[in-house]
Design a binder for this molecule. Structure first.
Ligand SMILES: [Zn+2]
Length: 112
């Protein structure tokens, strides 16, 4: 049995959890402007890679909170568990993400 370390409760057996699919899928900024094909891409198309993969999980029979997990899809090794909104931890062999500047609403050249 796989033991999953819930970031809120600690290590628990996998039967307490439910899989929520790929993590970090950004909702389109303006859904009304998407074509049917683009909307279908957003709703249904997901990565299915072999190896390190970022996924959403919920502790269904515990704290009932969502979190993200970086897991190897072939060995089931869990590399990291992190809360929703936390920065993505680097996958093995991946460089850590550079710290992002805070997002600004103003676009370059938009001021008049
Ligand atoms: Zn929990």
């Amino acid at each position: 049995m796989l033991l999953i370390p819930c970031p809120y409760c600690g290590e628990r057996p996998e039967i307490e959890f439910s899989y929520g699919g790929e993590a970090h899928i950004a909702r389109p900024q303006n859904p009304a402007s998407l074509s049917d094909t683009q909307w279908a891409e957003f709703l249904f198309m997901r990565g299915n890679q072999k190896g390190a993969f970022r996924e959403r999980w919920i502790h269904t029979h515990g704290c009932r909170r969502w979190f993200n997990m970086l897991r190897d899809t072939t060995s089931h090794e869990i590399y990291a568990v992190y809360k929703i909104g936390a920065p993505k931890p680097p996958a093995p062999g991946e460089k850590p993400a550079a710290a992002k500047k805070p997002a600004t609403r103003a676009r370059k050249g938009a001021s008049k």
